[in-house]
Design a protein around this ligand. Structure first.
Ligand code: HSE
Length: 299
């Protein structure tokens, strides 16, 4: 018996929602095929698309770590052979480790006769994030499993809330050919923020969520600001501010760092502006002399 599952790339943080907000990009992602085996062991049998860089050890690979957490919760032993087909680049800020874990869990859950609702898979995927970057954040794994925009209202206990997505909201993802490890871009973050910064950030996250509920693109645009992570992380991403400047005149809603970077996301109302944003991005990075991959997709 075997099952193959796909899980999408994700944009975590979405500027003002550090560690608590993310959305899925359905066109890009990882696939995982799992076969049941009789020997009672989890095995990472095959990985493609990673240039041989991902670990196959079961306690280090995000697929097997997530599945092991799920089997532990069920209190069972079940042999499985895992085949991971990476579609996402590593260290890109597009939720690559999360997509592998999410696809593995969806496939394994299906093979076991669906003992869990999709939402209940999130904590298992978080264990994989802990292994991948040292922090069990859920803002990539939750939208990768559930799709759309997802809010992590709280971590203790975990409280995951699906949010509405306004019609016609498009994302342009600009992936510069650079790698940033999430652990490294977490290490540059300040551990303390001021009362004033916390007020600004709270206003923006509340505004962004109100904007999603009301399909108010102007409000979404005004709220796409981050005073917590972006000021430290943008310094690691060449072209970040130049690109923000370049998309100002074309009517895009705003831009920010996708997850921990270096990918930059741009939100737009309608496909035309999203495509223009992609052209502007090409120009900016051509000037800098850095290669980029660009994807446009409806959220
Ligand atoms: N919220 C996480 C971070 C996302 O910003 O570190 C990592 O992709």
């Amino acid at each position: 018996k075997q099952v193959t599952a796909f899980a999408p790339a994700t944009v975590a943080n979405v500027s003002c929602g550090f560690d608590i907000l993310g959305f899925a990009i359905d066109e890009l992602g990882d696939r995982v095929r799992i076969n049941l085996s009789d020997n009672g062991e989890l095995k990472v049998k095959e990985i493609t698309g990673d240039d041989g860089r991902l670990p196959v050890e079961v306690d280090k690979n995000t697929c097997s770590v997530a599945i092991q957490a799920m089997l532990d919760a069920l209190g069972i032993k079940q042999g499985m052979d895992i085949h991971l087909y990476k579609g996402l680049p590593l260290g890109s800020g597009m939720g690559s480790s999360a997509a592998s874990a999410a696809a593995a869990l969806v496939a394994a859950n299906e093979l076991l006769g669906k003992p869990f609702e999709k939402k209940d898979l999130v904590p298992f995927a978080m264990e994989a994030e802990r292994i991948a970057c040292g922090a069990a954040h859920a803002d990539n794994v939750a939208p990768s499993i559930l799709g759309g925009f997802v809010l992590i209202r709280g971590y203790d206990p975990l409280d995951v809330v699906k949010l509405p997505v306004p019609d016609g909201l498009y994302c342009t993802l600009v992936h510069p050919h650079l790698e940033l490890k999430t652990a490294d871009s977490r290490s540059v973050l300040r551990q303390r923020i001021s009362l004033k910064e916390s007020v600004v950030q709270s206003g923006n996250i509340a505004g962004l969520i109100a904007g999603l509920f009301q399909s108010d693109f102007e409000l979404i645009s005004r709220s796409l600001k981050d005073v917590i992570a972006e000021p430290s992380r943008a310094l690691l991403i060449p072209g970040f501010y130049e690109l923000r400047e370049a998309i100002r005149s074309i009517g895009a809603l705003g831009s920010g760092i996708s997850g921990s970077g270096p990918t930059i996301f741009i939100l737009s109302k309608g496909k035309d502006i999203a495509l223009k944003a992609s052209q502007e991005s090409e120009k900016v990075f051509e000037k800098i002399g850095l290669g980029v991959d660009i994807y446009v997709s409806e959220v």
